[in-house]
Each structure stands twice: as C-alpha cells, then as structure tokens.
Design a protein around this ligand. Structure first.
Ligand code: GSH
Length: 116
C-alpha cells in the first residue's frame, strides 16, 4: 500500500520533471519512425529516458502501454519474451520483428539511425 503510493508519487514526479525540462527536439521526423513501436509503462524512468532520446533525435515511434493484463503486455510476453519495459519492436525489411530490451541498448540503436 505505502510502496504503491510511493511508486505512484515518484512516477508523477518523473512525468512532471520530464514535461518541465524537455530535451531539445530535432527538426525533422524520420521515415523509419513508422517501423518502430515502443512497448512502455508511462511513468517508468527507463521509458522516460528512451522517450526523451526519441524526442531529441526527432524519432516518432508508436507507443504502446504494456500494463499487465493488456493486449500489449500479452504480445510483449509472447513475442518479446518477458514483461519488461522499455522494449523496442523493430520491423525489419523482410517484415519480421526484432524485440530490443534495455534502455541503453535502445538509445544506442536509435542514435545509429540519425545522422549526427
Ligand atoms: N535495465 C532495464 C531496466 C528496465 C526495468 O526495470 N523496467 C521496469 C519498469 S520501470 C520493469 O519492466 N520491471 C518489470 C520487470 O523487470 O519484470 C533498462 O534499462 O531498460
């Protein structure tokens, strides 16, 4: 009960800080954004980190909230292997999907997509 209250409060504070201090946003949205889907929890700090990197890089991915019990959570467990967020689903040229966990790996991958 207390833990859940603390978690909710910390989550809200993270979202507030994220909105108060937005990262510099890149000017253009890249075409490849359409092949990316981020499975996430809204107030998860690792997901906030990835969403901020996306904004900074000008990458727009579909966001799917994977709260337990949702179809997104079921798909993430079934296809990705576990219910952990963030997880980036990458649609490859042959139509198959790659599932990438770990916020640092995801950000590193996103940075390879944009010129800098
Ligand atoms: N090392 C991971 C940590 C991700 C993580 O702990 N995510 C939490 C949500 S904030 C989660 O999904 N926990 C559920 C679990 O790990 O089973 C990363 O950087 O992405």
């Amino acid at each position: 009960m207390l833990i859940s209250l603390i978690r909710k409060t910390v989550g809200r504070l993270i979202l507030l800080a994220d909105s108060l201090f937005p990262p510099e946003q890149a000017a253009s949205i890249q075409d490849f954004s359409r092949s990316l889907t981020l499975f996430q929890f809204e107030a998860c700090p690792f997901c906030v980190k990835v969403r901020r990197a996306m904004r900074r890089l000008g990458i727009q991915a579909e966001l799917r909230n994977a709260l337990p019990g949702t179809s997104a959570a079921e798909e993430l467990i079934r296809e990705g292997g576990k219910l952990q967020t963030p997880c980036l689903r990458i649609k490859k040229d042959d139509g198959s999907f790659q599932w990438m966990y770990e916020s640092s790996d995801i950000i590193q991958y996103l940075e390879t997509l944009t010129p800098h």
